[in-house]
Structure formats: C-alpha cells, structure tokens
Write a protein that binds this ligand. Structure first.
Ligand code: ADE
Ligand code: ZN
Length: 340
C-alpha cells in the first residue's frame, strides 16, 4: 500500500526520538567488509550482496546467530566510533533528534575487547553527533539473557568505572526460556546504584514475561511487548500506567513475529490507548531505519496524521530526556502537526 504525499511529508518532517536501536544492529555489510579487511578477518561471504542474501530469518535466534558473528569485525575504539557515527548520519537524514542506543558489551568483552574501548568509541560518536547534527543521545547497557545472572553481575561490575556514561540497563538476546526473573537481582542492584531500567519482553516470549519485567525488574518501558494482547488485563494496565512499548514493526516482519505488516497489532494497541512507539531495532539487518518503519507501518495500518503525531509524542514522553527537552520537543512535533 502506498503512502499519500501528505503523510509522507509529515513523517519526513516530524522530529523523531528513537528508543529501540541496537548499535551493533546498524552494521551495514559495506562496513562489515571494510572492517574485516582492516583487521584481516575472513568473512564467510564473498560479497556485500551475498551478506544481504543471507538475511533471511525465520525467527529471533536465526538472526542473532548472524548478528553476533558480524560483531567480530568491531575491534578498536575507532570501529565503535565509525559504527555509531554512520548510524547518527543515517538517523539525521530521518530527522531523529534524540536516540537511546542499546549496546551489548558481553558480545565484545568475551572477545577480549575492553569496556573502555566500546564505551569510549560510542561516546566519541555521541559527542560528534551532538555538535554535527544536534542529536542528543544516551547509552543503555544490555545484558545478554542467554548468559548467566553471574555474567550479568560481572558485566555491570566491569562497567562501573563508566557509570556516568550510560543511563540505563536493558535485557536482550534470545527470549524464550530466559525470563526476566533470571535477572531480578542484577536489575535490583542496577536500580540501587542509580541506573534506569528497560527490558525486551513479549517479542517471542509470552505476555507473562512482560508481567515479570514490570513486577520483578520494575522497568520503565517494555522493548517490543507486542504479545501483551494475549492478556487483556495486561493491556489495560499498560494503558492505565502509560508504560510505553518500543515496537519495531519491520523487525517483527523480518523475524516472523507477524506474517504481514497488515496483521500487526500496532494500530489496535495505539487505538486502545497503549503508548506505542516506532523504532528500527537492527536496521542494517531488517531493511529499514526509523523513517522507513514509520512509512511502512502508516501505510499498512492506515494510521491517520493525528495517530502518527501521537506515536512521535509517545516516544518523547517515554524517553529519558529532561522535562525541559521533552516540553520543547513536544511543541516542535505539534507545530509540524499544525503544518500538515
Ligand atoms: N538483540 C538485537 N536485536 C534483538 C532483538 N530484536 N531481540 C532480542 N535481542 C536482540
Ligand atoms: Zn531489540
């Protein structure tokens, strides 16, 4: 379904906030090849086209296997800088003005990369994105849920010298069989030392995992969360408490969470009053950055201009920005709405 020029223009002009973006998931095949050449890494592909052709996933795990393998080319501080800077350049083209980036330290520390290299490279790019594009950003340190609680505690310990350089902890990787409850104690500790919390839940895992993330990890928003509608009382609670879902429609399509974007429950949740937002997850792997996620979702689900604006506002409210920044951004979004 094509998008009419008015909604196309509105989406292009809207200032956007991205809340669900794995920085390692922005590694485009071209950069994968250039970093592989730089470090003398042999990739199991002959060309960029062959890499892209391999991006045919049937579930989350089939994607994660390639995603973790791709990370092997990220080795020094300049690699992490280049990765994040390429994302910010792309995000700026989509009029992103604030982004909260997930990073997976365990994927790198397991290969002998120092925490300082990872966070240092990302922070260098965040500083440049601020001066070059006026994009503000934050980092969210994610624990890999297929690994142990002990490994998560160890990772948090390693990150402590950099505690003022990330705002929150998150939880990602293979969801099935790795419930939030496994990380209850590490999230409690993270909160005690002043970090904010989010978690992936209800992407492939059941609605019960969303409940656990809320009741045991005390998260401020849920990443994905699309399976919440399996429990109507949970949907009511999300509405009542205005707990945002960071939905990633093209990711859900690529990982077969939905067969067709027209079957996605995004619009149903939005119309029930759930604070849904649109994000790109791992755009290098899923065929679209945030603008493309907005366009395809609006077209497939026939979102009205007012609904598109509500989605953009939801992301502002759900972000970790200051109240002043939220206020000024909300006004900027409303101004675009009046122009539409
Ligand atoms: N890591 C990167 N992308 C992810 C996703 N969509 N779900 C869980 N873990 C991830
Ligand atoms: Zn994700």
């Amino acid at each position: 379904m094509a998008l009419d020029p008015a909604r196309e223009r509105l989406i292009r002009r809207l200032p956007k906030v991205e809340l669900h973006l794995h920085i390692e998931g922005t590694l485009e095949p071209e950069m994968m090849f250039s970093l592989a050449a730089k470090h003398g890494v042999t990739l199991p592909y002959r060309s960029v086209e062959e890499v892209r052709a391999a991006y045919n996933f049937h579930d989350l795990q089939s994607f994660l296997d390639l995603y973790y393998a791709g990370c092997d080319v990220l080795r020094d501080r300049r690699d992490f800088y280049a990765l994040a800077m390429a994302y910010f350049t792309r995000a700026h083209a989509d009029n992103v003005v604030h982004a909260e980036l997930f990073f997976d330290p365990q994927t790198h520390t397991a290969r002998g990369i120092a925490m300082e290299t990872i966070i240092g490279g990302l922070r260098d790019a965040m500083a440049d994105a601020r001066t070059r594009y006026d994009i503000s950003s934050e980092l969210i340190l994610c624990f890999l849920r297929h690994l142990s609680e002990e490994a998560a505690f160890e990772t948090l310990e390693q990150a402590l010298p950099f505690k003022d350089q990330f705002i929150a902890v998150g939880l990602d990787s293979g969801e099935r069989g790795n419930p939030p409850s496994k990380f209850e104690r590490v999230f409690k500790h993270a909160k005690e030392i002043g970090l904010r919390t989010v978690a992936h839940a209800g992407e492939e895992g059941p609605a019960a995992y969303i409940r656990e993330a809320l009741d045991l990890l005390f998260v401020e928003r849920i990443d994905h969360g699309v399976r919440c509608d399996e429990e109507p009382a949970l949907v009511d609670e999300l509405v009542k408490k205005q707990i945002a879902l960071t939905v990633c429609p093209l990711s859900n399509l690529k990982l077969c969470v939905v067969k067709d974007l027209r079957d996605h429950n995004f619009a149903k949740l939005l119309r029930k009053g759930v604070a849904v937002t649109i994000n790109s997850d791992d755009p290098a792997y899923f065929g679209g950055y945030i603008g493309e996620n907005f366009r395809q979702t609006a077209a497939a689900l026939d979102l009205t201009p007012a609904e598109i604006i509500t989605v953009a506002e939801n992301a502002v409210h759900a972000s970790f920005m200051s109240s002043a920044q939220k206020l000024s951004l909300t006004s900027a979004i409303q101004l675009e709405g009046q122009r539409a």
